[in-house]
Ligand binder design. Structure first.
Ligand SMILES: C=CC1=C(C)c2cc3[nH]c(cc4nc(cc5[nH]c(cc1n2)c(C)c5CCC(=O)O)C(CCC(=O)O)=C4C)c(C)c3C=C
Ligand SMILES: [Fe+2]
Length: 339
């Protein structure tokens, strides 16, 4: 029997700094997120980051937390419920870190007789800190606990016409309500090193911009290329004028170089250069979360206005939009009917 495991990133159990600390501990000790040798990673995460960051992050989470819980989890549950109503295949939801865990999600499916699982990482673009770590954990869990389960993985859908259509619609619906000068596509950042590590050719990636435009099999695993492609395809679909939209990367952590341009500096510069009205969309995220509701809708808005900008519009993620639910359900049904 076939079943589906939707997997998102995860959130702390509550905004209590203790829960935030335990969530960040699991998340940041993942070798595909902070990719340092174990000893160094332990010193950095447990010796430094976990002593200061949980308090600061807990404050940020408190600003966006809903009565029902973490926006990311609540929105993922809504998506799961709606997809469940559209398809007859059993659908479980799991988080890569925290609860509901991937092990429980697989157990839930297995208890219903499922042995063929469609694994759906809820990330449009591939990154070793997101898609890859989900696949690796799924395989570890299979080897250890569910030897009868076979996986099919939904590939990154950054350029899938159905996804581009849904994302474009979600953007145009907001743009039609406002007057704006510039549309910024802000993606979660990753350290540049991650991009080089994922280069399967070991020679293509230059992080200088030009490589992402030159066709290469490296692009199958290149987060930067895939982000720029999503922007380009939406720009094409919405017939956006050259110069009225651009791409940036947010949420950097630590001192090593992350993908540039950085969103906070971009927003600041745009305001200083006289751009008065901007709209920001965050296509690395399927569900709204701390990084969209706090870092963009609150912090970036503040930076923009402090530097002379007048209107800042945050465009919500595709969340549980009906056309996204229908698209995901169709992908699932097509897989369920195959073979
Ligand atoms: C080295 C650190 C990090 C990498 C690499 C990274 C990549 C990455 N993350 C997401 C999606 C999300 N990240 C979120 C929160 C978050 N991310 C990091 C660090 C890295 N992310 C931290 C420390 C945090 C916690 C919050 C904080 O303290 O600032 C979230 C939000 C979760 C929520 O509960 O709302 C998401 C979603 C992607 C897509 C990505 C690589 C492409
Ligand atoms: Fe992150």
């Amino acid at each position: 029997m076939k079943g589906v495991l939707l997997v998102n990133l995860g959130s702390p159990a509550s905004t209590d700094p203790k829960d935030v600390k335990s969530y960040l501990g699991e998340f940041l000790m993942d070798e595909r997120v902070i990719d340092l040798p174990y000893l160094l990673r332990t010193i950095l995460v447990k010796g430094i980051i976990l002593n200061t960051r949980p308090k600061q992050s807990a404050k940020a989470y408190s600003k966006i937390w809903w009565d029902e819980g973490s926006p990311l989890i609540v929105l993922s549950e809504k998506l799961q419920d709606k997809v469940n109503q559209e398809t007859s295949v059993p659908i479980s939801l799991a988080m890569r870190y925290g609860e509901p865990s991937m092990k429980n999600g697989l157990q839930e499916l297995y208890d219903q007789g499922v042995t063929e699982v469609l694994l759906v990482p809820l990330y449009p673009q591939f990154a070793m800190a997101t898609t890859e770590t989900i696949i690796v954990l799924a395989e570890q869990l299979r080897d250890e606990f569910f030897p009868k389960i076979d996986f099919t993985v939904v590939p990154p859908f950054y350029n899938h016409p159905d996804y581009v259509t849904v994302l474009s619609r979600s953007i145009i619906e907001e743009l039609e309500k406002i007057d704006y000068d510039h549309l910024l596509f802000s993606y979660h950042g990753v350290p540049e090193r991650h991009i080089r590590k994922s280069d399967i050719t070991n020679s293509h990636c230059k992080i200088d911009g030009s490589c992402c435009q030159t066709p290469s099999k490296a692009h199958q695993f290149c987060y930067r290329h895939q982000c720029y492609e999503t922007t380009r395809l939406v720009g094409e679909k919405l017939k956006l004028k050259e110069g009225t939209f651009s791409t940036s990367f947010q949420s950097r952590l630590g001192f090593d170089p992350w993908l540039k341009p950085y969103t906070d500096r971009t927003v600041e510069k745009m305001a200083q250069e006289g751009i008065e009205k901007i709209a920001v969309v965050t296509p690395a995220f399927v569900s709204d979360c701390l990084e969209t509701l706090e870092e963009i809708a609150m912090e970036a808005d503040e930076i923009f206005k402090e530097n002379g900008g007048t209107e800042f519009t945050f465009i919500p993620c595709i969340n549980d939009r009906e056309d996204w639910v229908k698209t995901l359900s169709r992908w699932i049904d097509e897989w369920a009917l195959s073979k």
